[in-house]
Design a protein around this ligand. Structure first.
Ligand SMILES: Nc1ncnc2c1ncn2[C@@H]1O[C@H](COP(=O)(O)OP(=O)(O)OP(=O)(O)O)[C@@H](O)[C@H]1O
Ligand SMILES: [Mg+2]
Length: 249
């Protein structure tokens, strides 16, 4: 079953820049999709259409058969996103309030909201910082906060937009562990990166973007021979002719 259906999707920004052009893409429920491409190739622009942060200039995006453009609230519950820029995602005055923001919009009861927030903060190890101001957190802690916000919402599709940039080695492993656990729990996962090394062992599909278009789409091992032509570094294991190596090993 396709949980995401994108048809003839183009987006032109107000200043005239064409961010993405004629994207056609179906994604099956439960997949783990890596989206790679140069800076400015259109990855973020594409993904922002899934939760209605951007609306199509042309084309349609459907989630479970429902058009995003006419059902924004539903789309935001359906699709959780870790933003590329962690600061722009912060909405609460405290860590606790930031995580509570999503469940409050779902109009859950107070007790239920409290429970969801506490469980989410515990899962990412931020319980001790519940009353801290989110802007004072370190970069890695802000990523964990974003994951807590996603956990509290339980969305079916989860997008990670450059989740590893500027993280230290343990930080990468920690975020990767959360991503894999969410995938194992049945969520559909989309991860963008221009550095495939850290996730390729886990992705079941690789999409390459270039100049706002999808230029390759398939099983990672089959696409790998083409990645460098589009400015993406081929992971070491593939260079050496070995099986993809997980960063968790
Ligand atoms: N708000 C905006 N207004 C005008 N043009 C924009 C805007 N946001 C992005 N663009 C342009 O749209 C194109 C695609 O940008 P996008 O951010 O989707 O790329 P990306 O693949 O996510 O890049 P990166 O790897 O740097 O995150 C680029 O040419 C960019 O300059
Ligand atoms: Mg981007």
């Amino acid at each position: 079953m396709n949980i995401i259906e994108i048809e003839n999707l183009s987006h032109r920004y107000n200043d005239g820049t064409l961010g993405i052009e004629n994207i056609n893409l179906n994604i099956r429920a439960g997949s783990f999709v890596a989206i790679a491409g140069l800076n400015g190739s259109g990855k973020t622009t594409l993904l922002r259409h899934l939760n209605g942060l951007l609306l199509p200039t042309e084309g349609t995006v459907r989630l479970d058969g429902i058009n995003v453009a006419g059902n924004l609230l539903q789309a935001r519950q359906f699709v959780g996103m870790m933003f590329q820029d962690a600061d722009s995602q912060i909405v609460g005055e405290t860590v606790y309030e930031d995580v509570a923001f999503g469940p409050e919009n779902l109009r859950l009861g107070r007790r239920q909201i409290q429970r969801r927030v506490e469980v989410a903060l515990r899962a990412v190890g931020l319980t001790e910082l519940a009353h801290q101001r989110p802007h004072l957190l370190s970069g890695g802690e802000k990523r964990r906060l974003a994951i807590a916000g996603i956990l509290a919402m339980k969305p079916r599709v989860i997008i990670f937009d450059e989740p590893f940039s500027s993280l230290d080695y343990p930080g990468v492993k920690l975020i990767l562990n959360h991503i894999l656990a969410l995938h194992q729990a049945g969520h559909t996962i989309l991860v963008t990166t221009h550095d495939l090394e850290k996730i390729i062992a886990h992705a079941d599909r690789l999409i390459l973007m270039h100049g706002g278009k999808i230029v390759r789409d398939g099983i990672p091992a089959e696409i790998m021979c083409d990645v460098e032509a589009f400015g993406v570094r081929k992971p070491c294991s593939f260079r050496l002719g070995l099986e993809a190596d997980s960063w968790l090993n």
